[in-house]
Write a protein that binds this ligand. Structure first.
Ligand code: GLU
Length: 292
């Protein structure tokens, strides 16, 4: 008989910063179905490090919508806001490895820098999502200068020094992909993301750091999520290697798009699970709508 520890572990990990839509329904149902088919476990994780945008009402709506869809999950549910110490400890570890620096530029300052640079007809490097890479200025500050800036009360985030991190790994990284796009071992290119954020100025962690730590802490073996996070997997693989965490298998699924071909957003009422339920649709109708 299989024990709890050798069963595959799947998870659905929404952020309670809006109502769930059909894209979330596809992801949650796929995770649940794949866990069932594999005789595995299905976990729900609440990704709520952003205290400014996440609310208990949206969290309650997640439970309500998933329950209505017919899903059940293990208790207790892990909430990221209850594990901030764990993320801080990982940040300290990476700092002690010499891989982290305080980053003082605001999003607006980065934008202005890029605009000035590009006004000369030169192209600023961008990450796979199209955002400009963080300028290198803060990487090279002295310790004294860093302390002075922090002591002056300047808001700051913490970023990974990507080139130093890659020196430690010093070999090509890859991940195992079983999803809707390319399958097999996929070459991971974390450098394409530049100096990624590990701890935000307005939250004590970042998506990349907390997702990587939680998947390991919860023993997740299969990560099933949308193709919008495909390229970010490179960053997660790098953090796994740096922190000595196990490597899960990844399955990135197709995205549900609106009539204009855009990815669904949480503000979109018409494709919300709750709004479709209120219109009288049944859970099986939603399964059909997402193509399952
Ligand atoms: N919390 C992320 C989101 O809502 C998903 C994280 C993941 O599946 O890796 O988009």
């Amino acid at each position: 008989m299989s024990t709890r520890s050798d069963r595959p572990v799947f998870r659905f990990a929404p952020s309670p910063n809006g109502l769930l839509h059909l894209g979330h329904a596809l992801s949650a149902l796929l995770n649940h179905d794949m866990a069932k088919a594999a005789g595995g476990r299905f976990l729900l994780r609440i990704e709520d490090i952003d205290a400014n945008r996440c609310t208990p009402e949206f969290e309650a709506a997640i439970f309500r919508d998933l329950g209505w869809l017919g899903l059940s999950w293990e208790s207790p549910v892990r909430r990221q806001s209850e594990h901030l110490d764990t993320y801080a400890a990982a940040l300290t570890r990476l700092t002690e490895m010499g891989l982290v620096y305080p980053a003082f530029m605001t999003r607006g300052e980065v934008k202005a820098r890029v605009a000035t640079f590009e006004a000369d007809g030169r192209a600023w490097p961008r990450d796979p999502d199209g955002s400009p890479l963080y300028p290198k200025d803060d990487r090279h500050r002295s310790e004294t200068e860093r302390h002075d800036l922090i002591d002056s009360g300047l808001r700051h985030a913490y970023r990974l020094n990507m080139s130093e991190a890659l020196k430690i790994i010093d070999r090509p990284l890859s991940w195992q992909e079983t999803g809707d796009g390319k399958k097999g071992p996929i070459a991971a290119d974390p450098a394409a993301w530049g100096d990624v954020i590990l701890s935000r100025s307005d939250a004590p962690s970042s998506y990349h750091l907390s997702v990587t730590i939680d998947d390991a802490a919860q023993g997740v073996t299969h990560i099933v999520r949308g193709l919008d996070l495909y390229s970010a997997t490179a960053v997660h693989r790098l953090l796994q290697e740096l922190l000595g965490l196990p490597e899960p298998v990844y399955h990135h699924h197709r995205l549900i798009r609106d009539e204009a071909g855009q990815k669904l957003s949480k503000s979109e009422g018409s494709t919300g699970i709750a709004s479709l339920r209120d219109q009288g649709l049944l859970p099986d109708d939603l399964r059909r709508l997402v193509g399952l």
